[in-house]
Design a protein around this ligand. Sequence first.
Ligand SMILES: [Zn+2]
Length: 180
Amino acid sequence: MSTPPVKTALPRRIDARKLVQREQQLSGTVPLDSLPRLASSVESVVGEVQAELAFGRDLQRNQMADGQLQLEVELLCQRCLKPVTEHIEAEFSWGFVWSEEQGKNLPKSLDPVIQDGDELDLYQVLEDEILLNLPMVAFHQEECVSRDKFHHGEAEAEADEQQENPFKVLEQLKGSSNKS
Ligand SMILES: [Zn+2]
Protein backbone atom coordinates (compact mmCIF):
# COMPACT_ATOMS: atom_id res chain seq x y z
CA MET A 1 0.00 0.00 0.00
CA SER A 2 1.27 3.44 -0.88
CA THR A 3 0.38 6.47 1.17
CA PRO A 4 -0.16 9.82 -0.52
CA PRO A 5 2.67 12.32 -0.02
CA VAL A 6 2.10 14.37 3.10
CA LYS A 7 2.28 18.11 2.56
CA THR A 8 4.51 19.44 5.24
CA ALA A 9 4.59 22.99 6.48
CA LEU A 10 7.38 25.26 5.30
CA PRO A 11 9.80 26.36 7.99
CA ARG A 12 8.75 29.65 9.54
CA ARG A 13 12.20 30.95 10.43
CA ILE A 14 14.84 30.70 7.75
CA ASP A 15 18.32 32.04 7.25
CA ALA A 16 18.22 33.13 3.63
CA ARG A 17 22.02 33.25 3.47
CA LYS A 18 22.32 29.55 4.29
CA LEU A 19 19.53 28.50 1.97
CA VAL A 20 21.14 30.47 -0.87
CA GLN A 21 24.47 28.76 -0.17
CA ARG A 22 22.84 25.34 -0.35
CA GLU A 23 20.70 26.31 -3.35
CA GLN A 24 17.87 24.92 -1.30
CA GLN A 25 14.48 24.13 -2.76
CA LEU A 26 11.49 24.27 -0.47
CA SER A 27 7.96 23.13 -1.08
CA GLY A 28 5.15 23.01 1.43
CA THR A 29 2.23 24.69 3.04
CA VAL A 30 1.83 27.74 5.24
CA PRO A 31 -0.33 27.13 8.34
CA LEU A 32 -3.40 29.35 8.19
CA ASP A 33 -3.24 30.32 11.86
CA SER A 34 0.04 32.08 11.16
CA LEU A 35 -1.52 34.36 8.52
CA PRO A 36 -3.67 36.75 10.59
CA ARG A 37 -3.56 39.59 8.07
CA LEU A 38 -4.81 37.30 5.32
CA ALA A 39 -7.55 35.94 7.59
CA SER A 40 -8.86 39.44 8.26
CA SER A 41 -8.79 40.36 4.55
CA VAL A 42 -10.94 37.52 3.22
CA GLU A 43 -14.13 35.71 4.16
CA SER A 44 -12.23 32.45 4.46
CA VAL A 45 -9.30 30.53 3.04
CA VAL A 46 -10.31 27.35 1.23
CA GLY A 47 -7.88 24.49 1.78
CA GLU A 48 -4.17 25.12 2.10
CA VAL A 49 -1.74 27.83 1.10
CA GLN A 50 0.94 26.12 -0.97
CA ALA A 51 4.28 27.59 -1.86
CA GLU A 52 7.49 26.59 -3.61
CA LEU A 53 10.81 28.35 -3.37
CA ALA A 54 14.17 27.90 -5.07
CA PHE A 55 17.09 29.70 -3.45
CA GLY A 56 20.29 30.62 -5.26
CA ARG A 57 22.19 33.44 -6.90
CA ASP A 58 21.41 35.30 -10.08
CA LEU A 59 24.01 36.17 -12.74
CA GLN A 60 25.07 39.26 -10.76
CA ARG A 61 25.62 37.01 -7.74
CA ASN A 62 22.67 38.52 -5.87
CA GLN A 63 21.26 36.24 -3.21
CA MET A 64 17.75 35.48 -4.32
CA ALA A 65 14.85 33.07 -4.45
CA ASP A 66 12.33 32.37 -7.16
CA GLY A 67 9.00 31.26 -5.87
CA GLN A 68 5.36 30.73 -6.46
CA LEU A 69 2.36 30.29 -4.27
CA GLN A 70 -1.27 29.44 -4.68
CA LEU A 71 -4.39 29.34 -2.59
CA GLU A 72 -8.13 29.69 -2.81
CA VAL A 73 -10.02 32.29 -0.84
CA GLU A 74 -13.62 33.27 -0.45
CA LEU A 75 -14.34 36.96 -0.90
CA LEU A 76 -17.66 38.76 -0.79
CA CYS A 77 -19.14 39.42 -4.21
CA GLN A 78 -19.69 43.17 -4.41
CA ARG A 79 -22.92 42.68 -6.33
CA CYS A 80 -24.79 40.17 -4.19
CA LEU A 81 -22.66 40.14 -1.01
CA LYS A 82 -22.40 36.36 -1.05
CA PRO A 83 -19.08 34.49 -1.05
CA VAL A 84 -17.25 34.06 -4.33
CA THR A 85 -14.23 31.76 -4.59
CA GLU A 86 -11.08 33.26 -6.07
CA HIS A 87 -8.00 31.30 -7.05
CA ILE A 88 -4.87 33.28 -6.21
CA GLU A 89 -1.58 32.49 -7.89
CA ALA A 90 1.56 34.51 -7.54
CA GLU A 91 5.10 34.23 -8.87
CA PHE A 92 7.84 36.27 -7.36
CA SER A 93 11.59 36.80 -7.31
CA TRP A 94 13.05 37.96 -4.04
CA GLY A 95 16.46 39.51 -3.56
CA PHE A 96 17.74 39.04 -0.02
CA VAL A 97 19.39 42.04 1.59
CA TRP A 98 20.30 43.03 5.11
CA SER A 99 19.43 46.73 4.92
CA GLU A 100 17.17 49.04 2.94
CA GLU A 101 20.29 50.63 1.50
CA GLN A 102 21.35 47.28 0.01
CA GLY A 103 17.85 46.85 -1.37
CA LYS A 104 18.25 49.95 -3.52
CA ASN A 105 21.15 48.34 -5.34
CA LEU A 106 19.15 45.33 -6.44
CA PRO A 107 18.09 45.04 -10.07
CA LYS A 108 14.42 45.80 -10.76
CA SER A 109 13.75 42.12 -11.43
CA LEU A 110 14.19 41.35 -7.73
CA ASP A 111 11.86 42.47 -4.95
CA PRO A 112 13.97 43.31 -1.94
CA VAL A 113 13.34 41.19 1.14
CA ILE A 114 15.18 42.45 4.17
CA GLN A 115 16.46 39.84 6.58
CA ASP A 116 16.90 41.53 9.92
CA GLY A 117 19.73 39.67 11.59
CA ASP A 118 20.18 35.93 11.34
CA GLU A 119 16.62 34.98 10.61
CA LEU A 120 13.76 35.83 8.31
CA ASP A 121 10.08 35.18 9.02
CA LEU A 122 9.23 33.33 5.82
CA TYR A 123 5.50 33.21 6.62
CA GLN A 124 5.31 36.97 6.94
CA VAL A 125 7.04 37.55 3.60
CA LEU A 126 4.76 35.02 1.93
CA GLU A 127 1.74 36.69 3.53
CA ASP A 128 2.89 40.04 2.08
CA GLU A 129 3.05 38.37 -1.31
CA ILE A 130 -0.48 36.94 -0.94
CA LEU A 131 -1.93 40.30 0.15
CA LEU A 132 -0.32 42.00 -2.86
CA ASN A 133 -2.11 39.56 -5.12
CA LEU A 134 -5.57 39.67 -3.57
CA PRO A 135 -8.11 41.30 -5.88
CA MET A 136 -9.37 44.64 -4.58
CA VAL A 137 -12.97 43.68 -5.33
CA ALA A 138 -14.58 40.41 -6.28
CA PHE A 139 -17.63 39.58 -8.37
CA HIS A 140 -19.24 36.33 -9.43
CA GLN A 141 -17.83 35.75 -12.88
CA GLU A 142 -20.98 35.37 -14.92
CA GLU A 143 -24.09 35.76 -12.86
CA CYS A 144 -24.74 35.90 -9.19
CA VAL A 145 -26.26 32.43 -9.09
CA SER A 146 -27.41 32.37 -5.51
CA ARG A 147 -29.01 35.80 -5.87
CA ASP A 148 -30.79 34.87 -9.12
CA LYS A 149 -32.11 31.68 -7.56
CA PHE A 150 -33.44 33.64 -4.65
CA HIS A 151 -35.25 36.15 -6.82
CA HIS A 152 -36.49 33.48 -9.19
CA GLY A 153 -37.92 31.55 -6.24
CA GLU A 154 -39.66 34.63 -4.99
CA ALA A 155 -41.14 35.38 -8.41
CA GLU A 156 -42.40 31.82 -8.70
CA ALA A 157 -44.04 31.97 -5.32
CA GLU A 158 -45.79 35.16 -6.33
CA ALA A 159 -46.92 33.62 -9.59
CA ASP A 160 -48.31 30.61 -7.70
CA GLU A 161 -50.28 32.85 -5.46
CA GLN A 162 -51.72 34.73 -8.39
CA GLN A 163 -52.68 31.45 -10.05
CA GLU A 164 -54.30 30.20 -6.88
CA ASN A 165 -56.33 33.29 -6.37
CA PRO A 166 -58.74 32.95 -9.31
CA PHE A 167 -59.74 29.46 -8.10
CA LYS A 168 -60.23 30.68 -4.60
CA VAL A 169 -62.40 33.45 -5.96
CA LEU A 170 -64.33 30.90 -8.04
CA GLU A 171 -64.81 28.62 -5.02
CA GLN A 172 -65.99 31.53 -3.01
CA LEU A 173 -68.39 32.47 -5.78
CA LYS A 174 -69.59 28.86 -6.00
CA GLY A 175 -69.93 28.67 -2.26
CA SER A 176 -71.94 31.81 -2.09
CA SER A 177 -74.14 30.81 -5.03
CA ASN A 178 -74.85 27.40 -3.39
CA LYS A 179 -75.82 29.08 -0.20
CA SER A 180 -78.21 31.47 -1.79
ZN1 LIG B 1 -22.53 37.78 -6.78
